[in-house]
Design a protein around this ligand. Structure first.
Ligand SMILES: [Zn+2]
Ligand SMILES: [Zn+2]
Length: 281
């Protein structure tokens, strides 16, 4: 596994690379723009050039872009839905310029209009977006903790979206360990992990899994609460992560940490911890 952190793009976008280097990242994730707002100021071409140059020099790869949390492709609110599609379009354009491999998003929420409806809506929206993707880039659906009306907490729901789009090879899955655990998938034990990966393989296919988000869970199994903990500091635990990191089906995937941090030292601590779990094969 290649490990990295989610790093901030505050200031100039290319400073994200410096932050990733300082933390010891081998791969990295950034937000495409403002994570909690709709407005995304244009990034200067020269800043993009600088970003690409610095990342190449640092040898950090792949680059993952995470969509803002406001995005809801499953929304039946016309305004929110159209804003979400535009934000996705902008993010795809940006991802292309930054040579990102993966664009990750949460499937969103149906807000009471029904699961089936919501999933259909997400699929329909993606249908209009995937033609914009070229090369090796992929849009990844991230599994969610499944609180309230949120979509995509089960492999079944994710597979419904992918199936609607005929398993298009520009789409894939990002598995967040905290979300999976909170949604009831017990990946904290060896047997549990094998069982969950078997289910994932049956429903979706392990060949559709491109990225891991490694976060421990502050809340118990099946709690449906999305609250990340530092590696080994939650219910998945150190032993759980050792199994995840070295599992034959996962160990060649890039892995991003979204663990709580006050400063960069916390990221460095978690990153070192998980890097040291890698066993020689
Ligand atoms: Zn995540
Ligand atoms: Zn989360």
């Amino acid at each position: 596994m290649k490990f990295g952190c989610h790093v901030s793009i505050v200031g100039k976008i290319y400073l994200a690379v410096e932050r990733a280097v300082a933390r010891g990242c081998e791969t990295m994730q950034i937000f495409s723009g403002n994570p909690r707002g709709w407005k995304n100021p244009d990034i200067l071409d020269e800043d993009i050039k600088e970003f690409n140059l610095r990342r190449k020099k640092a040898g950090i790869d792949p680059l993952v872009i995470h969509m803002p949390y406001l995005i809801n492709l499953g929304s039946s609110d016309v305004d929110i839905h159209s804003k979400s599609v535009v934000a996705m379009l902008n993010a795809i354009e940006r991802a292309k310029k930054l040579n990102a491999y993966y664009l990750v998003f949460h499937p969103g929420s149906h807000r009471g209009t029904g699961r089936k409806n919501g999933l259909k809506k997400v699929a329909k929206s993606l249908e209009s977006l995937i033609p914009m993707i070229d090369g090796e880039m992929k849009i990844l659906l991230e599994n969610t903790a499944g609180s309230g009306f949120s979509l995509g907490s089960t492999f079944e729901e994710l597979s419904i979206i992918l199936n609607e789009l005929n398993w298009d090879n520009r789409l894939g899955i990002c598995l967040d360990t905290c979300h999976a655990y909170a949604a009831g998938y017990d990946i904290s034990t060896k047997e549990g992990l094998s069982d969950v990966l078997r289910k994932l393989d049956e429903r979706i296919g392990l060949d559709k899994l491109f990225l891991i988000h490694a976060n421990d869970s502050k809340f118990p199994l099946n709690s449906h609460v999305d609250r990340h903990a530092g590696i080994g500091k939650g219910y998945i635990g150190t032993e759980g992560f050792k199994k995840i990191v070295n599992h034959s089906a996962l160990k060649s995937l890039p892995c991003i940490l979204e663990t709580p941090h006050v400063n960069e030292k916390d990221d460095m601590y978690n990153l070192n911890l998980i890097k040291n779990m890698r066993e020689e094969s």
